[in-house]
Design a protein. Structure first.
Length: 194
């Protein structure tokens, strides 16, 4: 089995790349953003099916582990797991699982509300759960403030994927703050980023 692959990105396709490692080109499916002719090192997960052998590449072992955890959930195959990881940043995905935020997970293509909820139920204790680090806020504090803050900002017209990282940082930096305090702070940060 191939565990790690280093080579030059020769071609970028739809969801895959061809990596030249010496005279051999490997087709690797990846959620990573790679540039042509760059030298890359990817951790490889090989999935063998009756009709195919596919290589999936990740920039870190942590990302590979998350991919493997996602594919243990019934209804989530490699294609859906890649779509999730290609749409949602790793720390955002882990936070969404830890806080039960199915709406964020459902923003990935091919993932509906039921699949997102199933991911949370099956992976909450494996990936995040109570041990997830919110930078000072306990899991319970963050789980209460973050969904409310996101809902308030979404009701003002902001897209969840555009605001979730900022919202997570605000909740972590202001443990115990309520939504009435956090919303003006969030709006100030959003207007400062424009």
């Amino acid at each position: 089995m191939i565990g790690k692959l280093q080579g030059i990105v020769d071609y970028i396709g739809d969801g895959f790349v061809i990596i030249m490692a010496g005279p051999v080109g490997y087709k690797v499916y990846t959620p990573e953003y790679l540039t042509p002719k760059s030298t890359v090192t990817l951790w490889i997960e090989t999935i063998v099916r009756e009709d195919s052998i596919r290589l999936f590449g990740f920039s870190s072992i942590a990302a590979q582990n998350i991919f493997n955890q996602l594919t243990t959930v019934s209804g989530v195959g490699p294609k859906v797991a890649l779509a999730i990881m290609g749409t949602i940043k790793t720390d955002t995905l882990m936070s969404a699982i830890a806080t039960g935020d199915a709406k964020t997970i459902a923003t990935a293509p091919g993932v509906g509300k039921k699949v997102a909820e199933k991911i949370i139920v099956e992976l909450k204790n494996k990936i995040g759960g109570a041990s997830f680090d919110f930078g000072g806020a306990t899991g319970a504090d963050a789980a209460g403030a973050l969904p409310d803050l996101l809902a308030a900002l979404e009701s003002l017209g902001y897209r969840r994927l555009d605001i979730i990282d900022m919202a997570q940082h605000l909740v972590a930096e202001n443990p115990g703050a309520d939504v009435a305090t956090l919303v003006p702070m969030a709006l100030k940060q959003i207007s400062g980023n424009r």
